[in-house]
Every structure is written in structure tokens, then in C-alpha cells.
Design a protein around this ligand. Structure first.
Ligand code: FAD
Length: 444
């Protein structure tokens, strides 16, 4: 069996490794348009945060790891055309168009930082750094810039604002909504971070949309709905988008130009599957499908598509949009439905907020937790954590609780270890009311 995989990042690499596991004799070709594979898109942030010494250290896998497993890697090979009827694709390498035949195709071409709405956003001084080359260019430009405007207050924008202010830059951040990180957090949870941002000197432009960016001498003029910002450079941190112009029209797409897949991650063509940032995913948050471009989804869809390559074997169990990061002195994490999302649900929603000490020591940091649950079944639907203590890993337990339909009562009995340095008498995410250590606000 000849298997072609287009795109060698999280989704494509995972799919290749898993296809090898299921099909020891398959001929696997992994095509990638970049000169290298496995770059971590947060590379620039890791560098600015002094976690790595050079961008070249931001890799999650090396070519040799794949070659050892007899996966053929074709770098600097851009797929230009897929001919689904004839089971072949054409890619360009060294200015030559080469045809490759396949029995099964996995599309893992991901997404890019693109905006069709912001005129001028394609300027080189509007930084996009998901790939290594973009990160190298961005680093050079940032080192020569004093004033940086970040367009978009999601995870990338807020992390960048934190790291750039720490690196002595003057930062402005523009966000459409009335608070940052709105996809993952409710406003009441994110308030402390937003206050810290202002304290650190970030100029916040909330409820503002960037309409265009103009180059004016060695400055950028960033036009907002009302007024403008003058800046040395800008960072495009708005939603990412897939580019699927190489498809032949036989693969159904959604309105937002992502590939439509079924629960087995099969496209409308029986021998073509699609994974990662180029698809919409079944969501565990009520809606039928959502665009949730995150690494965990890329990796998990890669695993599931490989299992379903020949026949449907495993359904994809959906995404809870789980994230965790740290910025402006806080560790913040979220999974599942927020209270704002719940406005669209057709069953009653309950909300509980708790402030819990992170451990049993004097002066323990507090953890602010919000639980969103189905009031009829008492099943957990979403959770948000905000703390100066590193409690990020706890969100994964809560995500598993949601995936396995645990109720609030189940959470109160969740097994945990006790150690005074690391835990409280009751584990942070075991939801019980214990007035001496917890302050509860039951908003249901
Ligand atoms: P991608 O990583 O987009 O990779 C697709 C690959 O396909 C690329 O290598 C591309 O070159 C290749 N390709 C595309 N078209 C072709 C073609 N025609 N021919 C050949 N090859 C092609 N998510 C998180 O969960 N946590 C984070 O902390 C996080 N940080 C991020 C920071 C930044 C700055 C950005 C931009 C994104 C971040 N994300 C994060 C999102 C995350 O990067 C994506 O969800 C993830 O990369 C998706 O993986 P993927 O394999 O589906 O696609």
C-alpha cells in the first residue's frame, strides 16, 4: 500500500508514525514544503523567554527519527495538485513538477497566519512566525523595533505581549472583543491578567478592529475603527486559516474553507483522510463541528486517521479546546465550555467558582477555579483555572473528567495523593465546600 501524507508538522508526523505501526509494509511518503520538519510554532516565544538559546532548538522531532521507521521524507516539496480520481498528486521540488501515485492520502497541510480582511497585513513588517523562517525574520525585526503592535488578544497575542514587555518593548494590543482570551475564559476569570497587562504598560485597545496597515516611512500606521496607532512593527496574532488551493474540487469543504470530515476523519473521497489544522472537528461543547486549531487536536486526529486508513475502526472523540499557558505572572488554563458559551446551550447550566489554596503551606498561592456544568445531570462541561502557582497540569484531569462524563459528585471523590508541599487536604480540583480552606461563590 502506498500512503502519501501532505504536511510534516504535528498532524502529518503523528499520522506517519501511526500508519507505520498499523501497516509495517506500507510505503509511506511524507511531503513537506519547508526545508525542515518538526519546528515548534512557539519557537520565538521560547527564545524570548530564554527557554532556548537558538530557534534551531525548537523542534519536536528530527528527520532521522522518521527515517529509522522507513518513512520517506520529501522536503522542499510543495504539493500543487491532487488528482483524486487517478490517485495521484503533483509536487514541485527544485523547480521540477513530479507526480506521485498513492493508494491512500492523508492531508495534513495545517494553517497559516493569514488575514484576508486586514488590508496591508501581508507586509513583511507585519510579523507571522509559525514557521522557522518567519520566526528568524521576526526576531531580527523585533530586535530593531521599540514599539510593537499586536493584532489579536488570543493565546499567541497575550504571550507575545508578556514576553515583549519583559524584553523592554513598548507594546500595544488590539482586540475585537471587550477582553482578551475570550475563546477560552470568561471575563471575570481573565480580569486579574488584564489588570497585570495594564500594570506592565501594555496599551490595550479593546472593542477595536484593525481595518488596514500602511507603511509610512520606517513606521507602520495601524488603522482602527476609530483612530490609529503608529508602530515600528506589528504581529499578526489573529485566527489562523488553511490554504487548500491544491485540491481538485472533489473534496467537500466547509464555508470557512476547512475540509469536511466524518467522525472517522474521512473526507468526501473514500481514499482521502484529513487531519489537524485544515479540518473542522466534532466538538464536545454542543455544536456539531468547530474549527479548533491546537496541537493536541493535530496529534490526536493523526492517531485516529492512521487507525482508519483502510477501514473505519476508531471514531474521533471530539475536542474540548483545552489550553494552558502562563503570562503576566499567572498560569491560566481552560477546557470545555465557558459560561459565555453556555448562553447557546439548550439545557440549564450551573456555574461554581472557588478560590482554593494551592497547597497546605503558609502563604500558599490561591487558585481561582470556575466549573461549568449541566444542572440537570450535574455533569461537568467546562473548567477554567487561574493562579500564580503552576497548576496547569490539573486542567488535563478536568478535561478527562468531561470526556468521561463525570458529575460534580464524582469530582468530590476523585482519588488524589496528599503531600502538604504540593496539595491541600482536599485536592484543588475535588469540588467540595470546605469553608476553612475554600471560598465558594455558587452562581447557579
Ligand atoms: P501545521 O503545523 O500548520 O503544519 C502544516 C504543515 O504542512 C506545514 O509544515 C506546512 O509547511 C505544510 N504544508 C502546507 N501546505 C503544503 C503543501 N501544499 N505541500 C507540502 N507541504 C505543505 N497550539 C497549541 O496547542 N499550543 C500552543 O502553545 C500553540 N502555540 C502557537 C504559537 C503560534 C505562534 C502559532 C501560529 C500557533 C500556535 N499553536 C499552538 C497552534 C498550532 O501551531 C497548530 O494547531 C498546529 O501547528 C497544527 O498542526 P498541523 O500539523 O495540523 O499543521
Amino acid at each position: 500500500m502506498k500512503v502519501a501524507i501532505i504536511g510534516a508538522s504535528f498532524a502529518g508526523v503523528t499520522a506517519a508514525l501511526e500508519v507505520r505501526k498499523h501497516h509495517p509494509n506500507a510505503e509511506i511518503s511524507l511531503l513537506e514544503k519547508q526545508p525542515q520538519l518538526g519546528y515548534i510554532p512557539n519557537g520565538l516565544h521560547l527564545y524570548l523567554d530564554k527557554k532556548i538559546d537558538s530557534l534551531s532548538q525548537a523542534y519536536f522531532i528530527k528527520e532521522a527519527d522518521l527515517e529509522q521507521r522507513r518513512i520517506k521524507i520529501l522536503l522542499e516539496s510543495t504539493v500543487e495538485k491532487v488528482d483524486t480520481a487517478n490517485h495521484q498528486l503533483t509536487y514541485r521540488h527544485d523547480n521540477e513538477a513530479i507526480t506521485l501515485e498513492y493508494d491512500k492520502l492523508i492531508i495534513a497541510t495545517g494553517s497559516s497566519q493569514l488575514s484576508h480582511k486586514i488590508e496591508g497585513s501581508d507586509s513583511d513588517r507585519v510579523l507571522k512566525y509559525k514557521r522557522l523562517k518567519g520566526a528568524e525574520d521576526a526576531l531580527e525585526t523585533l530586535q530593531a523595533s521599540q514599539h510593537v503592535t499586536i493584532i489579536g488578544g488570543g493565546q499567541i497575542g497575550v504571550e507575545a505581549a508578556d514576553l515583549l514587555t519583559k524584553n523592554g518593548k513598548q507594546v500595544a494590543l488590539v482586540e475585537n472583543m471587550d477582553y482578551v482570551l475570550f475563546k477560552y475564559f470568561d471575563k471575570d476569570m481573565i480580569q486579574p491578567i488584564q489588570e497585570e497587562m495594564q500594570e506592565a504598560g501594555v496599551a490595550l485597545y479593546m472593542n477595536q478592529t484593525v481595518s488596514s496597515i500602511k507603511e509610512a516611512g520606517d513606521k507602520l500606521e495601524i488603522q482602527l475603527g476609530s483612530g490609529s496607532i503608529e508602530s515600528d512593527t506589528a504581529i499578526l496574532a489573529v485566527n489562523v486559516r488553511p490554504d487548500l488551493s491544491f485540491l481538485d474540487g472533489q473534496i467537500d469543504l466547509h464555508m470557512d474553507h476547512t475540509i469536511a470530515v466524518d467522525e472517522y476523519l474521512r473526507t468526501s473521497h473514500p481514499d482521502v483522510l484529513a487531519v489537524g489544522d485544515c479540518i473542522q472537528l466534532p466538538s464536545c461543547m454542543g455544536e456539531e463541528a468547530m474549527y479548533i486549531p491546537l496541537v493536541n487536536n493535530a496529534v490526536r486526529t493523526g492517531i485516529v486517521a492512521a487507525a482508519n486508513l483502510v477501514k473505519p475502526a476508531q471514531t474521533f472523540n471530539g475536542s474540548l479546546r483545552t489550553i494552558g499557558t502562563s503570562a503576566f505572572g499567572y498560569h491560566i488554563a481552560s477546557t470545555g465550555m465557558t459560561e459565555s458559551d453556555s448562553l447557546f446551550s439548550d439545557y440549564p447550566i450551573g456555574v461554581k467558582r472557588q478560590i482554593v489554596p494551592a497547597n497546605s503551606l503558609p502563604f500558599a498561592e490561591e487558585v481561582l477555579i470556575k466549573y461549568v456544568y449541566n444542572e440537570e445531570t450535574r455533569e461537568l462541561l467546562g473548567a477554567q483555572l487561574v493562579s500564580k502557582a503552576d497548576v496547569l497540569e490539573k486542567i488535563n484531569t478536568l478535561a478527562l473528567a468531561i470526556q468521561t462524563n463525570q458529575t460534580l459528585e464524582d469530582l468530590s471523590q476523585k482519588e488524589f495523593f496528599f503531600h502538604p508541599t504540593f496539595t491541600n487536604t482536599i485536592e484543588t480540583t475535588n469540588l467540595v465546600a470546605w469553608p476553612h480552606i475554600r471560598r465558594d461563590t455558587d452562581e447557579s
